[in-house]
Design a protein around this ligand. Structure first.
Ligand code: TPP
Ligand code: MG
Length: 399
């Protein structure tokens, strides 16, 4: 189809498109629904202090700091466990992105949905999933969030409405958009928050998803966590428009860039975006962060010079935010130390729990692969005929 520019610089299609009749969402007519299964015993809880709207006032900032510190100590512990060969597969850390994570998660209601990528441990913990279960998943143990079969990149928890955890760059985007469509279809009040990295904005699914979300007024907030690097490639080497929030304008979607080292700024921007999405106007947020270490735990990040690393460390959100709280008289050294000690103890507890959790039984290897039982038993080799099905082994108990 031919594309032309209007005098105002807006691009319009030269031939008429079929008008989409979906009207803008009206929150007042919406009923709370559980679009998955209204009878399921997975009613979300708000027991986690970092989930839902924080209490107004200074306590909220201390809670942000507490949440950031927990992610920091958890991730450091995960990195150490990886070097001890206790964690298999890939492992990507949220170190440097703690303020972004807590600010975003605080803007969600327990009933809202979260999709994220493989850099996800901090989101899981802050969304309210027990750190023990998150660490157990890293260790591939049966008590893990995904029963030990998913690992670091594939955490899924229906109760906390965290629908992954995706290892394919951008794999979460069409699924998150589809979830938003399902909510809209059922007139639900929930929204979807979908995070991704800066490198993800150059794949087709990014553009397809934003286009359809804007066109159909879907209740979704897309969040680009811009840590300035996609593996070893800087944003300006990968993106013709490195100010990534501007990409939303191609879809007439509202967007905003926010300082990801400041949890309050992230929270406030996320609150605005969530309110807009709930009213049927999707938003793109770009959250500027730093990646303190390599792409994954095995990346020594030699592509950064010593000078660059000094600048990155100067922008570490933990000491930056602590200094602000101290300057404002909201935090003293004693409380800061206590928060650190509690987070360290919590990470140690999670590690001990994970080490003591059993590995999943091998008989469960083919569980969760198909929705219905099929003779996909472990004895048949690829290519062997299907006409003589081997007996279905007894399914494992931990399903
Ligand atoms: C479709 C696909 N292509 C390539 C990869 C390999 N890969 C994994 S992470 C990554 C970089 C993504 O960078 P970004 O989106 O900025 O996220 P970040 O890792 O910085 O959080 C790439 C290319 C992949 N997992 N999936
Ligand atoms: Mg990146």
């Amino acid at each position: 189809m031919k594309i032309t520019s209007t005098p105002q610089g807006e691009r319009k299609r030269s031939s008429p498109m079929t008008a989409h009749t979906r009207m803008p969402r009206k929150p007042t007519v919406r009923k709370p629904t559980n679009p998955v299964d209204p009878t399921a015993a997975s009613t979300p809880t708000s027991s986690n202090p970092h989930v839902g709207h924080p209490t107004p006032g200074d306590d909220r900032l201390i809670e942000f700091y507490r949440g950031m510190m927990l992610i920091r100590r958890f991730e450091e512990r995960a990195a150490r466990a990886y070097t001890q060969a206790l964690v298999g597969g890939y492992c990507h850390l949220n170190l440097g992105e703690e303020a972004a994570v807590v600010g975003l998660m605080a803007a969600l209601q327990p009933t809202d949905y979260l999709f994220t990528n493989y850099r996800e441990h901090g989101y899981a913990i802050t969304r309210g999933i027990d750190p023990n279960r998150v660490m157990a998943e890293l260790f591939g143990r049966a008590d893990g969030v995904s029963k030990g079969w998913g690992g670091s990149m594939h955490m899924f928890d229906m109760e906390k409405r965290m629908l992954g955890g995706y290892g394919i760059v951008g794999g979460q985007l069409p699924l998150a958009t589809g979830a938003a469509l399902a909510i809209d279809y059922r007139d639900g009040e929930e929204i979807v928050l979908c995070t991704m990295g800066d490198g993800t904005t150059n794949i087709g699914a990014f553009h397809e998803s934003l286009n359809i979300a804007a066109l159909w007024n879907l209740p979704i907030v897309y969040v680009v966590i811009n840590n300035l690097l996609g593996m070893a490639t800087t944003v300006d080497r990968a993106s013709a428009e490195p100010e990534l929030y501007k990409r939303a304008s191609a879809y007439r979607m509202d967007s905003e860039r926010v300082d990801g080292l400041d949890p309050l700024a992230v929270f406030e921007a996320a609150e605005r975006a969530v309110a807009s999405a709930r009213a049927g106007k999707p938003v793109l947020l770009e959250v500027m962060t730093e990646r303190l270490r390599g792409h994954s735990v095995v990346d020594p990040a030699k592509y950064r010079t010593a000078e660059e690393l000094i600048l990155v460390k100067e922008r570490d959100p933990l000491p930056t935010f602590a200094a602000r709280l101290i300057a404002d008289g909201l935090l003293d050294d004693e409380t800061m130390t206590a928060i650190d000690e509690q987070a360290t103890a919590r990470a140690s507890e999670a590690t001990a729990f994970a080490e003591n959790s059993p590995f999943p039984d091998v008989s469960t290897l083919f569980d969760y692969t198909y929705a219905t039982p099929v003779p996909n038993d472990s004895r048949r080799l690829p290519g062997e005929p299907l006409y003589e099905p081997a007996p279905i082994p007894e399914r494992g108990t931990n399903q």
